[in-house]
Write a protein that binds this ligand. Structure first.
Ligand code: NAD
Ligand code: AKB
Length: 319
């Protein structure tokens, strides 16, 4: 049962944040969703009546001012530095991701926020995992600083739950594909870029190599999973901060073949960069049976329905 009324979203202008904020506005009322980000400009998609405030999550004073002023009782903490950008400056990635998390935990405990969502990622995995159907309890030995911060974030969620009774939840998102905001510097960004380039130039050079299969999910399913988890009674949860979720997996050539069904002269070639090594350390598929059992998770989109919807939406947008 939902028992919160005023929602704070951090990183709310990002790829997931902008679409999640829109859905939260629809469900809980535009006046009950406080969207924040370090950026200045609010995108058109969110509408001019949205409550938008500039907030660096490292600024504890401003964060707590907002929580107090708006009487926030649920937080979706999406501000983070991704795997690709994280490897360019690992210490900054640690600083933003970890000190951001700690500020959110501290403020949530101090101001008695009822429920907190902190996303994790498939980047928690690395050395020593089976490639296929990596399970809920697989070993967590990430190879990127981003992955290290995500493992620490998950474990902190669990710690805060047991130590302070803070109801903190999270999902291990796979790569998210969407047609609104662009992704912010990750390893799976290619799976969004490929659609823009297919429509604009009918050609894409992939920085992820042929044969590299990665788990992916379409944005409507990502939003659905996030809201479902946040609306589930705490008694039903057996994980705090780290539910596996999955939809479908593909290699660059498999997604290119799907795109070719709708844009027949589309061509792909390959020029792997530093992100290839990160991708190779991630699983090819994920076992999400615990999320299915605990809160009834299942995705609506597969690779074919996602591709059709992406091409329809992006073709209209890019015109
Ligand atoms: P994104 O990079 O698109 O958005 C993150 C937002 O955080 C950006 O708008 C950025 O301006 C903001 N931000 C960065 N530093 C900040 C700071 N110091 N203070 C306030 N805001 C700051 O990311 P996203 O795709 O929306 O991801 C949201 C969350 O989901 C992140 O925790 C990410 O790790 C996780 N995740 C995303 C994916 C994916 O494929 N999109 C996959 C796995 C996990
Ligand atoms: C990234 O590629 O860094 C993200 C993720 C899977 O966490 N999309």
């Amino acid at each position: 049962m939902v028992n919160y009324k005023k929602i704070l979203v951090t990183g709310g202008l990002g790829q997931i944040g902008s679409e999640l904020s829109l859905e939260l506005q629809k469900r809980y009322g535009i006046e009950n969703v406080v969207i924040t980000d370090i950026k200045n400009e609010i995108p058109e998609v969110l509408g001019q009546n949205s409550i938008y405030l500039k907030l660096d999550v490292l600024d504890y004073e401003k964060l707590t001012e907002i929580i107090k002023k708006y009487e926030i009782d649920a937080i979706f903490h999406l501000a983070a530095i991704f795997s690709g950008r994280g490897e360019e400056d690992p210490f900054n990635c640690w600083n933003v991701n970890m000190n951001g998390n700690i500020n959110i935990f501290k403020a949530a405990i101090e101001y008695k926020v009822k429920r907190v969502f902190i996303p994790s990622s498939m980047a928690v995995w690395g050395i020593g995992i089976p490639k296929e159907n990596v399970s809920q309890d697989s070993v967590l030995r990430p190879t990127s600083m981003y992955g290290v911060t995500k493992v620490a974030g998950e474990r902190l969620c669990e710690y805060m739950f047991h130590k302070y009774n803070l109801d903190c939840r999270g999902l291990r998102y796979p790569g998210i594909i969407s047609s609104e905001a662009l992704p912010g510097g990750g390893t799976t960004d290619y799976a969004v870029e490929i659609f823009y380039e297919a429509i604009k130039h009918k050609k894409y050079t992939s920085y992820i190599d042929k044969g590299t299969k990665l788990p992916m999910m379409y944005m409507p399913d990502c939003i659905k999973a996030t809201i479902m988890l946040m609306e589930t009674d705490v008694e039903k949860l057996t994980c705090h901060g780290d539910y596996n979720i999955a939809a479908f997996s593909f290699t660059p050539e498999e997604i290119a073949d799907e795109i070719k069904k709708l844009i027949p002269d589309f061509e792909i070639d390959y020029k792997p960069d530093f992100r290839q090594k990160i991708a190779e350390s991630w699983p090819a598929s994920i076992d999400d049976s615990v999320a299915r059992r605990d809160w009834g998770w299942s995705p609506d989109y597969d690779i074919t329905t996602m591709t059709k919807d992406m091409i329809e939406k992006l073709s209209k947008k890019l015109k």
